[in-house]
Design a protein around this ligand. Structure first.
Ligand SMILES: *Cc1c(COP(=O)(O)O)cnc(C)c1O
Length: 361
């Protein structure tokens, strides 16, 4: 009825249709309140309940222990590149593992704030793999070790968390958040810009171990950039992104009702497989990433010819598969197949690519 297409955008990205339908149904009058959630005071009882339930559902979904705070902060994932060093550098040092554009950006930003070392990098082979992080020379003084767990642009994922040798682990999970079970207590801080795998743009979820929240920064940091501000006020220090909290809450509930993160992970594995299987046997397209580090969320591939890549993207768009172009920094193609992409969308894409290949061999 709505003529929707398969949208392979890396972000903002496709959302579950049942969630969009629910939002549609509540648009003009949210559950008898007589108004849309967009029109509500963030201090109203009705919105307070929306925000509380969103938090509770996320806590249950991920099994977030009680000694972790859930924060909803604006400024996207990018602001966390700054907030993390501003808040977590105590001794003044941190180690960064750079596996792609996003961790590289975070590393560059952190350098403004302390003794930031490059612990490992996969830039030597165009970020097509994840380095062995089982025995790295971690700085014993490091306040934290930083990773981007799924590199959205390059299409790599950590299969195993790094051995941080007792240092706090900080992870950017933006493009894999809620795509699989996560043992939160392995981390000091997890954050995710929600527009990749959860909801609309404009917010980041930060899951932060309470002992990392500091009392000695009130006079040192801009108030909005202090995690304590958000933790003490339950993310309501100022007007939060109410709409985004509402939409994300819907997705948390939806994931809970469809079997939780283990079921989601299984569906994601089953969904990515036909596309990777196709790439492995294709004579025209090649996956960019070494097989054992492949992302279930962002599948990057190329023909080896810029012209043919562009032709594929254009033909795919005409056939109803949008946003398949790779990030401008790497070219080629990228199919982002987040939680909300149905398996049928990937199967239809594979059928399209098979046909395209047959016609271009
Ligand atoms: C998109 C993305 C970001 C940046 O997100 P913004 O919300 O645009 O700031 C950071 N890290 C990863 C892994 C991303 O995919």
């Amino acid at each position: 009825m709505y003529d929707r297409i398969y949208n392979f955008s890396a972000g903002p990205a496709t959302m579950p249709e049942p969630v969009l339908e629910e939002i549609r149904d509540e648009m003009m009058n949210y559950r008898g309140s007589g108004m849309c959630v967009m029109e509500m005071s963030h201090r109203s009882k009705v919105f307070q309940q929306i925000a509380r339930e969103a938090q509770e559902d996320l806590r249950e979904l991920m099994g977030i222990p009680d000694n972790y705070k859930i924060l909803f902060i604006q400024g996207g994932a990018t602001l966390q590149f700054s907030m993390i060093p501003m808040n977590l550098l105590k001794a003044g040092a941190a180690d960064y593992i750079v596996t792609g554009s996003w961790s590289k950006k975070a590393y560059k930003e952190a350098k403004k704030f302390g003794d930031i070392r490059l612990l490992a990098s996969s830039e030597d082979r165009n970020f097509s793999y994840i380095p062995d992080c089982s025995d790295l020379p971690v700085n014993p003084e490091a306040d934290y070790v930083y990773i981007c767990e799924n590199e959205t642009i390059h299409g790599t994922t950590f299969q195993q968390l790094p051995n941080t040798k007792g240092r706090v682990l900080v992870s950017d999970q933006s493009s894999m958040f809620l795509s699989q079970p996560c043992n939160v207590s392995d981390y000091g801080l997890i954050y995710a810009g929600v527009q990749k795998n959860v909801g609309p743009a404009g917010m980041v979820v930060v899951i932060l171990r309470e002992d990392l929240i500091r009392d000695d920064l009130d006079d040192k940091l801009p108030v909005y950039l202090n995690y304590k501000t958000h933790a003490d006020s339950d993310s309501m220090y100022n007007t939060p992104n109410c709409w985004c909290i509402y939409c994300c809450g819907k997705v948390f509930r939806y994931l809970k009702n469809t079997g939780g993160l283990e079921a989601m992970h299984r569906r994601n594995q089953e969904k990515a497989k036909p596309l990777y299987d196709f790439l492995d046997q294709s004579k025209l397209f090649r996956g960019n990433v070494e097989p054992q580090f492949r992302s279930l969320m962002n599948v990057t591939f190329a023909t080896g010819s810029k012209e043919l890549d562009a032709e594929t993207v254009a033909a795919a768009k005409a056939a109803g598969f949008d946003n398949l172009n790779g990030h401008k920094s790497v070219g080629g193609l990228r199919a982002s197949i987040y939680n909300a992409m149905p398996k049928a969308g990937v199967e239809a894409l594979v059928a399209f690519l098979e046909k395209f290949e047959a016609e271009h061999r």
